[in-house]
Each structure stands twice: as C-alpha cells, then as structure tokens.
Design a binder for this molecule. Structure first.
Ligand SMILES: Cc1ncc(C[n+]2csc(CCOP(=O)(O)OP(=O)(O)O)c2C)c(N)n1
Ligand SMILES: [Mg+2]
Length: 392
C-alpha cells in the first residue's frame, strides 16, 4: 500500500493492562469498548494494531444515552404512524442505534454523510428535524432537508448508489485541497451488508482507493438484506474485503456506541489527514422487520432475535451508567419523559402535514429551471385545470 500507516499515530508497543485484543472478545475480531453487561474496556486493538479508546466526560456519556433513547423512541413512533396508515412505509433502525449515534457523533461539522434510507439516527445527530424523513415516507415531499446546510445528503433507496456519489464527492474534496490537516474534510458513506454485493459498492472501493479519497465506508452489517442472510453475501468477514482493494478495514461491535464512535472518529481523522479511505463493518442486528412491508417471521427464528436482544445497545449503556454511578435515579425517568414528549410532538406535526400541490413536483428538478421543464409544467397545469368543477 502506497499510503502511510493510519494506525501509527495511536499505536503503542506495549498494551495497557485493560487493553483487549479485538480477536479475544467472543465475536471474531470485534473492536469493543463496552460489553453487553455494561463493563468498560479501556482500550481495544484493531486488526492492524490500531489502539481504540474514548475519553468522555460524564455529561457526554449521559448525552450519548439520551441520543440512543430518543432515536429509538422516534423510530418506534414512526412505525406506529405507518401501522395507522399515516406513512406509506417505514424502514426502522431498531437495534442499530449505537452504530448510528456512535458514528454520527464522531462526524465533525465539516464532514459530509451519504445515507441509505435507514440512517434516522445519523440524521438526528446532524441536527436535522426528525420530521423530515417522515415527509418522505408519507409521500408529501422528497425529504425536505438541505444536504449542503446539514452536510447530510438525501436518503437513497437504490442499494449502494450513494457510495458512488460519496466517492465522487470525496474525490472533489481532495481536489479542492480540503484534506491534509486536523481541520480537513472527510466523507462517510453508509450502506448495508447486502449492498456489498452490488457493483456500485465495489466500484466505489476501487475508485476511492486508487484516488486516495478522504472517505469512510460505513457498513452496518445487520445480518440481513430483507430476507437474505449474510452467508448469501460473503464467505469472509466483510471488513476483510478492504484489504483486497488496498485500504484498511475493521470490524466494530455495532451495538457498542463507544466503540462505534472511537473507530469512526479514527477513520474520519485518517481520511481528513489525507491518508485515504477505510472500511468499517459495524457488526449489529436488525431487531425489527426490514420495513413495515416485511414479515421477518417468514425467514428467521425467534431464538436468534432473543440472542441479539441480550446485546441491546441501550441496555448496555444503561448498565454502564448505573454501575459507574454516572447518573442519579431521576435521570432515566427524565430521558424517558423527554422521549415521550418529543414523539407526541412528532406525531402531532405529521398529522398536520399538508398534501402537496401535484404541480410542485417540477419545483426542485433543476436549481434554475429549464425551458423544457417550463413547458412540461404548463402542460401539466392545464391538464389539472381540466378537472376543475368535475367530481374528480
Ligand atoms: C439496486 C436495488 N436493488 C434492489 C433493491 C430492493 N431492496 C431494497 S432494500 C434491499 C436490501 C438491502 O439490504 P442491506 O444492504 O443489507 O441494507 P438493510 O436494508 O439491511 O439496511 C433490497 C434488495 C433496491 N432498492 N435497489
Ligand atoms: Mg442488511
């Protein structure tokens, strides 16, 4: 590999007493800083010897817990709204909160994110009003947020396509000279385990590698692509694919918000320093259905879901906060109350979202319009006017 060793800056020759080598965590080669029982691991070593750790204040630990609970509650409210006919569809993130909050909070203000359709937790961390994706899934707008303002691109339903967009964007960042220092820009592309079988994702790996793009590929391996299990996508752990493309890969416990943060922050800083792309495989589990139009009982057994419930990302953070006495008794009730109030507010606002005027679909095709589009709009308006006064 032509570029420098991204682990060098944080590597130490002797491991600290409470350092855990990734391969010894029970899961193969998994970077973990918080066990399912809520025990803290001081440092964890990645497969290339990179040392991962976090150093949060108590206030920051509490903040991460709050994020996890809020994101889960808002997601549950969206699922309920779909069940009541208020959304056309919803893709729940249930079980993936830590991977999303950990990586989302690791982003610096200048970093750009390219999501799939499930990154509601990252969207929340970017400071976007959580109602925005509900407009998309209600079918009343295209999502609504400004990608440039929030540094969070629009949701992408076409599997893997956003990795190409992210690669092109990241190459542009490098060409603009915005990498090479601590205040440089980095880009993150989210995708799923199923997406790794797409040509787009593999082409992105090639381009990002040979152009040394400042890009973090963040794969949430939730074990399924709708009903297709992971073993139908790969014979090797996904993170190891990176080696064949010429950049580092690491598997992190995606149900551990601290490790997800540490690994993503390191990969982003490597990218912004001009040291090229990396692949993070966040090993997690989709605890709910693929979307509200899916019935997972058709293709997986209940005991598998139960085994993963024991690794719940929120439960382990709660156990940690309690054991370390970082919170007092009232904290959890206060967070639950905030989550309840915000979800009620979300529901109220969704129910009052107005239906769009059909002609508005021409509004955001081009930033400055076009003569052809103007003609299409005029013809469509005429067509709609032909119904005026009729019962239709
Ligand atoms: C190019 C393309 N092919 C097929 C689909 C249909 N489809 C929607 S979601 C999905 C599975 C994606 O699985 P994964 O990448 O693991 O992401 P997850 O939904 O599990 O987060 C498929 C095949 C699509 N949206 N786009
Ligand atoms: Mg998946």
């Amino acid at each position: 590999m032509a570029k420098g060793d991204p682990g060098a800056a944080t590597r130490s020759k002797r491991a600290a007493p409470r350092t855990r080598r990734a391969a010894a965590t029970g899961e193969p080669e998994l970077v973990q800083l918080l066990t399912p029982e809520g025990e803290r691991i001081e440092t964890a070593l990645g497969p290339d010897g990179t040392e991962y750790r976090v150093d949060f204040t108590d206030e920051e630990y509490r903040g991460l817990y709050r994020d996890l609970v809020l994101v889960r509650k808002l997601d549950a409210e969206a699922t309920a709204l779909q069940r009541q006919g208020e959304l056309g569809l919803w893709a729940s993130l249930l079980g993936q909160e830590a991977a999303q909050v950990g990586s989302g909070r690791a982003l610096r203000a200048q970093d750009m994110a390219f999501p799939t359709y499930r990154e509601h937790g990252v969207l929340y961390c970017r400071g976007i009003d959580p109602i925005m994706p509900l407009g998309l899934f209600r079918g009343v707008d295209q999502g609504g947020w400004d990608p440039n303002e929030f540094k969070f691109n629009m949701y992408t339903i076409v599997i893997g396509a956003q990795t190409l967009h992210a690669t092109g964007y990241a190459m542009g960042v490098a060409m603009d000279g915005k990498t090479g220092g601590a205040d440089g820009e980095a880009v993150i592309a989210y995708f799923g385990d199923g997406a790794t079988s797409q040509g787009d994702v593999n082409e992105s790996f090639v381009w990002a590698s040979v152009f040394n793009a400042p890009l973090v590929f963040f794969c949430q391996n939730n074990q399924y692509a709708i009903s297709e299990p992971l073993e139908r996508q790969t014979r090797v752990p996904l993170y190891r694919r990176a080696g064949g493309f010429g950049f580092p890969g690491v598997r992190v416990d995606g149900n551990d918000v601290l490790a997800s943060y540490a690994v993503t922050r390191h990969a982003l800083d490597t990218a912004r320093n001009g040291e090229g792309p990396s692949l993070i495989e966040a090993y997690t589990y989709r605890m709910g259905a693929h979307t509200t139009s899916d019935d997972p009982t058709r293709y997986r057994i209940a005991s598998e879901v139960e085994a993963w419930q024991a690794k719940d990302p929120i439960a382990r953070m709660k156990a940690f906060l309690t054991k370390q006495k970082i919170v007092d008794e009232s904290f959890f009730a206060e967070v639950d109350e905030q989550a309840r109030a915000e979800s009620v507010h979300l529901r109220e606002r969704v129910l009052t979202m107005p239906d769009p005027q059909p002609v508005s679909m021409f509004d955001h095709v081009y930033p400055h319009g076009s003569a052809e589009l103007d003609e299409q709009r005029a013809r469509f308006s005429q067509y709609m006017e032909s119904f005026e006064g009729s019962a239709h």
